[in-house]
Design a protein around this ligand. Sequence first.
Ligand SMILES: O=C(O)CCC(=O)C(=O)O
Ligand SMILES: [Fe+2]
Ligand SMILES: [Zn+2]
Length: 567
Amino acid sequence: MRRHDPDVTVSESPTNILYVGNSGVLCGVQWEELEAVFEPYGPIVDICVFPTGRPYSFVKFESVEKAREAFDALHGTHPSQVAKADVVFYLAFITNMPRSTASTDQEMPPGLKVMEEFVSENEQQKLLDVVATCSNGESKGSLKNRRVFHFGFEFLYGSNTVNLDGPFPPPFPPICEALIDRMCQAQLVKHRPDQLTINVYEPGHGIPSHVDTHSAFEDEIVSLSLSSDVVMNFRECSVSGRSVAVRLPARSLTIMKGESRYAWEHCIASRNYDCDPASSRLIRRSQRVSFTFRKVRRAPCECEFPQLCDRNRDDNVKKLPSSDTEARGLEKTFVANVYEEIAAHFDETRYSQWRAVKTFLDELASGSALLDVGCGNGKYLNEDIRLLKVGCDMSANLCLIASAKGACVAQADGLHLPFRDGAFDALISIAVIHHMSTVERRLVAIGEMLRMLRPGGTALITVWAFEQKMNNEQSEYLKWGRNRESLVDRPEDDASAYPSGALLVHLNNTAFQQQDLLVPWHRKAPTDGASLANPQSDRFLRFYHVFKRGELEDLCAKIPHCRLIST
Ligand SMILES: O=C(O)CCC(=O)C(=O)O
Ligand SMILES: [Fe+2]
Ligand SMILES: [Zn+2]
């Protein structure tokens, strides 16, 4: 192995740098796992994981002693922190950290500029002192993933706009005016900023992917980074948009202008580390403070990206459909397309059968023909000598997955089931009709299901419930959220900031704020390192209508010959 790498020289005696064989991204071992494995042996100075498919990494310790302890404990073992089975670490001492395999230079998003050392160490300290004073006083707000302070105008996180009507937060701290003078003199900005947001990110904090609202701010968005380097990820707002990771050093000024400001999203992943895009080296984060200066816009945006622009705000807000055509469009985007995309990950996460469904199936007479409408990955279609099972799902990929497991499935739309009337003795539809976006469509869906049943046949239909508390007791869904809340992005949504009928993004495992909403699906990142470069690529939104108590019963009551057995 090492013979092939001219950069690596093995040392006969212990050194403070370890070669870690079988640990690269290629072996399915993540940065975080390496850190978790080696950190207990002493402070790590550097971890180097090559992104380019080599099966090893390097860990540099402060001292030879620590490296040696790690070597003795870990050589030839499968560390428990590594999720992937069969990974046995092979360690060796090496003389020096290898030269980086710098990734090919990425082209920056057009209009983006990072000016290093825009402020001196001294100025940085003064700016941090300003933040300390803010922090002593009343904090403006604590978002899930960072603290924020506003000056000039208040920023509204519900609508991502500014509050033009007051009350107004304090004017800029004087030191900022001097910085703005510097920006104007250097002609970095055309419009003198009048709104400042200070973000304070602890390690592990981040900011979700977004484009600063066109109609809220003028062209230039200027952000000063202080006290810690960070990597900001930019992604072009088009279906197959490019993704570029940009290192923002401490004391640098980032200027987003033109295309990079209007047509690229930016985000900071919620991580403790970044992967330096130039050297592929690990950068450990410390607390980072950013000062984002923007000029509030007073006239409609006139950018060159009308399809991305919110100047016609109403059609930008994701709304409940007002016609069947709109409903079909909404469900295509926020249900059908999403399940096609997430099918493989969905399959990995859906294997246990719900007890109520299992009981229903167990109680069916032997020889019954069962239809599973919206069968997903076919978890209820496992072979069962007692039942003849058929499934259908809208998603071709889920059908393929179910069929690969031996299930008998058909791709079908729940509103037009491709079977003759009365063909089945029993039917299940588990967590399906809450994906339909109008009451009419939900009703048609139930009607179609019941059409499948012979007289006297039985169906089990489940949907997500709006109410998640009973007798003051929280549901499992909410309880689960208490433990894993830190794993999900909190969408900075505030229901009151939206027009009625707007679809809020739901925060998973919290109480539902409204019945119609978009529920995030966080696709687990593939283990090829892409996740680090493009952490936001894996959030999807699914439309849900969560049912209030009695609502499903009321719908069923509208269907002729339907008799409710129990709820
Ligand atoms: O922290 C930063 O540099 C960026 C902040 C940002 O994107 C925003 O507040 O819109
Ligand atoms: Fe931003
Ligand atoms: Zn615009």
